[in-house]
Design a protein around this ligand. Sequence first.
Ligand code: 2NL
Length: 357
Amino acid sequence: MSGANDLAVLEKDLLAEIAGAGDLASLDAVRVSALGKKGRVSELMSKLGSLPPEERKNFGQTVNTLKTKVSDALDARKAVLETAALDERLKTERADVTLPVRLGPVAEGRIHPVSQVLDEVVEIFADMGFSVAEGPDIETDEMNFDKLNIPAEHPARQDHDTFYFAPKPDGSRLLLRTHTSPVQIRTMVAQKPPIRIIAPGRVYRMDSDQTHTPMFHQVEGLVIDESTHMGHLKWVLQEFCKAFFEVDEVKMRFRASHFPFTEPSMEVDIGAEAIGKPGQWLEILGCGMVHPNVLRNCGLDPEKYQGFAFGVGLDRLTMLKYGIPDLRSFFSGDLKWLSHYGFSMLDVPTLGGGLST
Ligand code: 2NL
């Protein structure tokens, strides 16, 4: 039977052991030996039943007080030891965040020039308040042609040399989109103006020679609002060309053209000074004011809304900017070519940091 004296001795012993524990493991050993199931304090509690009833209450309270004291002392010591352990780690595990990045195997990887140019284009238009819209590569006749004011017998359907899937039992056919316009159509159908989007992506036409591949990359842009006009179109394209070719001035020439989905329609040439070839003109994109029929087809009132659209071929833009002579090399999967023309993952284009430098 433990008297008050024994309890005082036990308390003194335990507090001394706690104070003497030099690390978290030995502190935990003290905890188990005191408060564990068979610990010295716990064992006292199990004696409670064998005491005469008049002593039980008093004894129980005393043991509980001891338990609390020991438990508090364990917590306090634990906090001290943890802080010391952390200080020790901080002394040895210093990281100098100003050191150059260690690339390791990542340095071997290269970003394809078309991906890099896409990132540049997105950065430029994002800065002008455009968001990026995406849609499926497999489209319907309706989204790819009908809604764009290209009716069934329109020659543009043949011009586009479309890849069709086998017709469904109801006669409808799916196709590989021939431009990213259906992404803009879907946006106009789904949301009210103001609309400011670019739609980058893969497009497909049955065409294959020196300057055409059956899959290529396009970025289209669309702006719709109540008072959008050709001045806005011209400014946006001018800003784009200056930013993309990283020059202060760029000569631009707008030539009248024809697309079924715009009226008026224009093709844009830039002075080849921009890529160091003075005296020549380069055709780089097509654009125009969105045709009223297209707006109507998407549920927009042409009396209230108007806007402009444009389409740029990314592959050609990439060849011009980075002096890559052969379009077909883009799709050859040649690692030697990629290590020459590709970009490091750290070359993230930003307007502030210079797009390509
Ligand atoms: C080109 C011509 C162009 C568009 C694309 C467009 C989209 C909608 C409505 C009206 Cl939803 N237009 N897109 C407009 C003009 C030209 O691309 O030669 N691209 C390489």
